[in-house]
Design a protein around this ligand. Structure first.
Ligand code: ZN
Length: 189
């Protein structure tokens, strides 16, 4: 039996407010706080697939959401590790489309540093800022160890965004993603 005080605790501590349509987490500032939320994963993958980033037009939001819901991906680098049979689980992908898709996936491995930076979806880094960052730091590997003092010399970068950039490269989740990209032949150095 559940002790009576536990029931009251449950009633009073349940956070209230609008919930995420997908994972039912209570939204914080209209954003889903759940890192594993399929909607979050899909929206990151859609940004990754955009023309400014990896340019994979076949990979739309519906496909990205299905991949996330099937637990096949948790970040954009995972799409490079999917097998043909993984892709063919999706009704949108047939053998011909799969061939087309692999062509785009292969081509995206030549992404420029600014496209990569935009695709990383770092808070505050839109495409123009990604370009400014890439002009200052010619290789992604330079940003892995960069100091705040050096980041804020990029004119368009606010202090908050500079901290977000440093934090992004220190995060173990993102480090794992970079490791996969590195192994897939992306140019990070
Ligand atoms: Zn969610």
């Amino acid at each position: 039996m559940i002790p009576i005080f536990k029931i009251f605790e449950g009633i009073f501590n349940t956070p209230k407010g609008p919930k995420c349509d997908e994972c039912q987490s209570v939204l914080i500032d209209s954003n889903c706080p759940n890192m594993d939320c399929p909607i979050k994963i899909a929206s990151w993958v859609v940004q990754w697939a955009s023309t400014e980033a990896a340019n994979i037009p076949i990979l739309n939001s519906s496909i990205a959401l299905k991949l996330a819901k099937l637990n096949l991906i948790i970040h954009p680098a995972d799409i490079y590790e999917l097998s043909e049979s993984d892709w063919l689980q999706l009704p949108e992908i047939n053998k011909i489309k799969y061939k087309d898709l692999t062509r785009f996936l292969e081509a995206s491995k030549n992404m420029t540093p600014e496209s990569l930076l935009y695709g990383f979806r770092i808070k505050g880094v839109d495409y123009p800022i990604a370009k400014d960052l890439a002009n200052k730091f010619s290789a992604i590997s330079q940003l892995r160890v960069v100091k705040i003092e050096k980041l804020i010399t990029v004119g368009s970068l606010s202090e908050g965004t500079a901290f977000a950039v440093r934090q992004w490269f220190r995060d173990s989740f993102n480090k794992r993603m970079l490791k996969i990209l590195d192994a897939q032949g992306f140019k990070l150095d």
